[in-house]
Structures are given as C-alpha cells and as structure tokens.
Design a protein around this ligand. Structure first.
Ligand SMILES: *[C@@H]1O[C@H](CO)[C@@H](O)[C@H](O)[C@H]1NC(C)=O
Length: 386
C-alpha cells in the first residue's frame, strides 16, 4: 500500500510539471501478467498475459466506477427510506460484470440473480433507469414495477428473486441459441450460496447431455446470506462442482483475468464442446442485502484489508497510471463526470412520478390474455381505497 501511495505521488508530481499532455504521450496499450487460473478437466487454460488498450482501460475504469458510485448512492437512498424492499448491492464485485462483458458481446445472453444492478448497466441500461427502478418510478427500466431484483434489457433476462432459479432459465436461453444455430451463448450467473441448490445440478446434467452453449458462472463472494462458504459448504471448490463439466477458478477482482477467462470459456462453448463452469473469486463490501449489516460473521478488518489490497478499481487504476496509460487528472475527471451522472440520476429517481394506478396490472403478459390472473387482469382498472 505504501508503495502504491508513493507511485501515485510521483505521477501527480510529474503531471504538475507537464500541465497538459497530449494523447500521443500516453502508452496506447500494454501487456500485463495475470494470475494463473485453476483447471478442472481441462488440459489448457486461458493465457497468462492480457493486453489492455488505453481505450479499453478508460472504458472499464468508467464502468466500474459508475457501478461503485451507483451502489453507494443506492445505499444512501435506502437509508433515507427512499428505496424500499429488497436491495442487494454489488460494490466490490465490479470486475466480474465488466470483465465478463469484455469477453463476450451484447448479442450473447446473460441472466443473473438478485444482485443485478451492475449487469443492468453493462447490458445497456442507464444509471437513470436503474435508479428510478430502485425508487419505483415511471422512468425505471421496468417502469417502476420491478424494483431492485427485476430489471431487464435486451438479451438480459434479469434480475431473478428465487435463489438459483435463473440457472435453469439460462439453460433454456442456451437451448434456444443452439436450436437457432446463431453462434450465441448464454452466461448464467449464481452466487456461492445458490451453488448448493439442487436445480443447478439438474441443469448441469441436461446442459452437458445436450451440449448447450452455456457458461455457468459462480460469483463466489465468500459469503452467502449471513455465513461464510467454509461454514456452509462441504466443498468450496465451486469450479469442480460440475463434476463432468470442465471448470476454471479465476481471480474475480482482476478485470483482465475475468475477461481472458470469459473469452476462453466463450470459445469453448462456441466450438460446440458444451457447457463450461467458471468460479470467480470475488468479495462483496456490503452485507448480503440491506437488512444485513455484513459485519456479524466477518470482521471490519477483513473488509478493510480487501479494500486496501485487492480492490478491483484500484488495481486497474494502478496498472494504467504506472504504465503511463492515463493521467491522474484524467481519471479524476472521469470520477467527477460519474459523480455528476449519479447525482442527476438520483435527482430524477426522486422526482419522477410513480406509475399510475391503472397501469399496475399491465405488462404481465406480452399480449392480453382472456383469463383472470390472481384477480389482476391487464384490463382491470384498480382504484385507490384510501
Ligand atoms: C439428465 O438429463 C436428461 C435429459 O433431460 C434426463 O432425461 C435425465 O433424467 C437427467 N438425469 C439426471 C440424473 O438428472
């Protein structure tokens, strides 16, 4: 940590001397050594180096910083009781979402559980739409009727509330890809807690038999709801849980490591070899959800240590600065722009009206269905009783 501080200072000093540098002064791309992944039923794994261009680095930095700031804002709005209900924050895990997207394209498909805000952003949602969904407003990405756990965009199937249930749904999406022969794949995400769900093993079997183009990704943030993985799982080697399915265990705090692993996994799927499993070792800074302070089963010191030694945003920032791929002022400008975007979005999310009462029962079906749905048919106009 001390060394990093010195390094920042010297960069700052250098940039004070040269007040404005032209883009030509920056290193356009650099190659970095990345951590070797652990392999299961594989002869070869992803490469041990990764090349990062300046453009990519700036983009990853901005996206990770946007997710971080968005989550911190959500935390604040939740404590002010402006956001209500379930809310699971993603800060600490930013390198997973950004790294995965760096290894596939937006025409591939992605489905996740309830820690969904980051993916909603990387899949094309805007901060405004996400924040307004969190506050249940009309301009939300699900028109204010989904909330934290139920956000969708093109090729993004949520945001799912039932533990583990998104994994078989993801296999269905992968089956559609195979059936259509479009060379696309589905990334199906779950946490270390959900990894113990029976339906996941049923999905492994079916996907393997049918050679579906699916990447099973376990985001292992070390803690399920209120307990550590060691206390709650007989095997914490999540990348081997697919037994007959090849697996890799990856440093989920390094965006480049995640990106290279995802590229490798995607190539495996697209070559017709069927599913592959990826365990991303990551860390959540917040509790499991807003009702969990997050410090009753781990120490504050542990969280502090991860923050200071393995933070995904700091890691990328250090790499870029120490290789002259960006200036500290430039990154600060991005921080300021991000902060402004979040403030504008929060402003919108607290002033946009709620969805009108007579719209509450619509959007249950793609088309109006001619039968009663638990007393809420799309054409029923609700009225207020208060
Ligand atoms: C595996 O999947 C196949 C195809 O869906 C199914 O017929 C079979 O019962 C499954 N086996 C197990 C052990 O779940």
């Amino acid at each position: 940590m001390v060394m990093i501080k010195i390094c920042f200072k010297s960069v700052m000093a250098a940039s004070l001397v040269v007040a404005s540098r032209s883009y030509a002064d920056f290193t356009p791309e650099a190659t970095f050594d990345i951590k070797k992944v652990d392999l299961h039923r594989l002869e070869e794994g992803p490469p041990l180096t990764a090349t990062l261009t300046r453009e990519e680095g700036l983009k990853y930095y901005r996206t990770m910083q946007t997710i971080r700031r968005m989550e911190l804002k959500a935390d604040q709005l939740y404590k002010q009781k402006i956001i209500r209900g379930f809310c699971h924050l993603y800060d600490g895990q930013e390198a997973c979402a950004v790294g995965i997207e760096g290894g596939i394209t937006l025409s591939d498909h992605l489905i996740t559980a309830y820690r969904a805000h980051g993916y909603t952003l990387t899949r094309g949602g805007t901060v405004r739409e996400i924040m307004a969904e969190l506050t249940g407003r009309r301009g939300g990405i699900a028109k204010g009727k989904g909330g934290s756990m139920h956000m969708y965009t093109k090729n993004f199937y949520g945001g799912n509330g039932i533990v583990g249930a998104q994994v078989p749904l993801g296999a269905g999406v992968a089956l559609a890809c195979k059936y259509l022969g479009n060379d696309q794949l589905c990334v199906s995400l779950y946490g270390d807690g959900a990894a113990n769900q029976g339906q996941i093993f049923e999905t492994y079997n079916m996907s393997s038999l049918w050679k579906l183009p699916i990447i099973f990704i376990c985001e292992n943030n070390q803690y399920a709801m209120g307990t550590s993985v060691e206390r709650s799982a007989a095997s914490t080697e999540y990348y081997k849980r697919g037994d007959y399915i090849p697996g890799i265990r990856v440093d989920g705090m390094d965006v480049l490591c995640v990106r290279e692993a995802t590229k490798f996994a995607a190539a495996h799927c697209r070559s017709g070899k069927g599913p592959i499993l990826m365990e991303l070792q990551t860390y959540r800074y917040h509790g499991h959800s807003m009702s969990d302070p997050g410090v009753s089963y781990r120490t504050r010191e542990e969280i502090q240590e991860v923050r200071s030694k393995s933070d995904p945003i700091s890691m990328l920032k250090d790499r870029m600065l120490s290789n002259n791929m960006a200036s500290i002022e430039e990154l600060k400008e991005i921080d300021i722009a991000v902060r402004k975007e979040i403030e504008d979005a929060a402003q919108f999310a607290t002033t946009d009206p709620e969805p009108p009462l007579d719209d509450l029962c619509s959007h249950i079906f793609a088309n109006d269905q001619p039968f009663e749905v638990r007393g809420a048919t799309p054409w029923t106009k609700l009225t207020s009783t208060s």
